[in-house]
Structure formats: C-alpha cells, structure tokens
Design a binder for this molecule. Structure first.
Ligand SMILES: [Mg+2]
Length: 240
C-alpha cells in the first residue's frame, strides 16, 4: 500500500487512448479527486495546451508542458506561467528556425507550434520518410539543438529541458519528496523521469519503445488491459 501525495503523468498514450480522450481519463480524475490526490500532467504538448487543460478540467491546478519547458498553474482563477528556460535559449531557438526553414523548406512545423514558447514540434506523420527524419536529426545535432520524440511529435529546443528537471523544481517548491509521488509514462520523452524518479510506471503500450529506452520505469505493466489510461487506473486502484 502506498500513500502517494501527488500523481504525475504523461498525457499522449498514457492518459489518452487511441489518440483520444476516453471515459477512463475521467474515471482517473474522479478517483484522484475522491482521494484528494492532485494530478499534474507532464506533457510534450504546448503552453497553449496547458492553458486548455487547466481551463477545461477544474481538478487540475498545474500542468508541466513543452517537455518541461514551462509550468502553467491556476490559482484563484489566475493563470500563471513559469518558464524553465533562459530567455537567451528561447531567442537562440527563434534564430535557429530561420536556418531550419532554409535547409528544409518543405517541412512544416506542427500547427500547435504557434502556441509554443520553449520548443517547436513537427508531426511524426509528416516524417515517415526515414532518411529525411535522420537528416533532420543530424541537422539538429550539428546545431546543438536538443530533441526528443513523443507519441505524436518530434520536439526540439535549446537549453537544458527535461520533464524531470521541471518536476524536481515543482516538488521543491511544494516541499515534497519524490518518494511520495508516482509518475506514469509510455514513451521516449519520459526517459528522464524513468531515470531519476523513484516510483515510475510504464503503461503496457510502452512495449513499442521498451528496447530503445536506456532507462526503464521501475514498474512495467503488461497486457491489453493495461494500455494507456486503463493501466493508470488499474495501478491507482491497486496502490491508493
Ligand atoms: Mg506519451
């Protein structure tokens, strides 16, 4: 039996099912609300997505977005934003984009890049040509631009950003120890959390990338009954 004080979770593929919200997501919110345990979504989605989540799901008060690039919070109906990246790095990314578009004039940024501050994204659907994907990765590497893939995007950014750095910063502000918390994830961009977080759970669809993970979650769920939000709900029911 655990007494988790906070639950952290990735969004796409972990709280969503088949690329959409399902009733299970609402069951998770209901269970955590009943137990009075806050949920902090830790996602590669944009700052504007953080705003959307806070304004549509009243149970949520904090969302970590852009892979740890910013924290969006709601308090007394005021929404605040904490940028986790130095302004110089945000500007370097803006300048780099001009070079990127010169090199890859046909590659579009994801539509939600308009709502991004500390990173940009390209839809993985637009990068199904493996040679082009590797060419882009090499270009980012050669320009000292960091990158990672989520379930849906290739994200890239300047500066030191990770889901774990942002979660650690958040926990220090809340005066919480990470051993009192649990994290759920399913993809490569959750790796920093799997590496450094004491209690981490991979939902069963993590099997698609498990061999590419250098650091694996402490608990790995298996079976179709533990895909995405089903795995999150099953684990919480057993462990709260
Ligand atoms: Mg994911």
């Amino acid at each position: 039996m655990n007494n988790f004080k906070f639950v952290f979770s990735d969004f796409d593929g972990t709280l969503t099912f088949k690329e959409g919200l399902s009733p299970i997501f609402f069951d998770i919110l209901k269970l955590l609300e009943l137990k009075k345990i806050p949920l902090v979504i830790v996602t590669g989605r944009s700052l504007s997505w953080g705003h959307f989540l806070l304004t549509h799901f009243p149970f949520l008060t904090d969302v970590i977005v852009e892979g740890g690039g910013a924290i969006v919070s709601l308090s007394d109906k005021f929404i605040t934003e904490e940028c986790m990246v130095e302004i110089g790095e945000v500007e370097r990314l803006t300048h780099f984009l001009q070079e990127f578009h010169r090199e890859f004039p046909k590659i579009k940024l994801s539509v939600d890049s308009f709502g991004r501050k500390t990173d940009r994204a390209i839809e993985l659907h637009d990068l199904q040509d493996g040679i082009l994907f590797h060419h882009i990765e090499d270009f980012l590497r050669n320009h000292n631009i960091n990158f990672s893939t989520s379930n849906v995007h290739l994200n890239f950014w300047c500066g030191e950003v990770s889901k774990y750095i942002a979660v650690d910063h958040f926990l220090k502000k809340q005066k919480l120890d990470q051993s009192e918390c649990v994290f759920f994830g399913d993809s490569l961009n959750d790796q920093a959390m799997f590496k450094s977080f004491k209690n981490s759970v991979g939902v069963s669809n993590i099997s698609a990338v498990i061999n590419r993970l250098e650091h694996k979650p402490t608990t790995i769920l298996t079976g179709d009954e533990n895909i995405g939000p089903f795995g999150v709900l099953n684990y919480l029911k057993k462990n709260l």
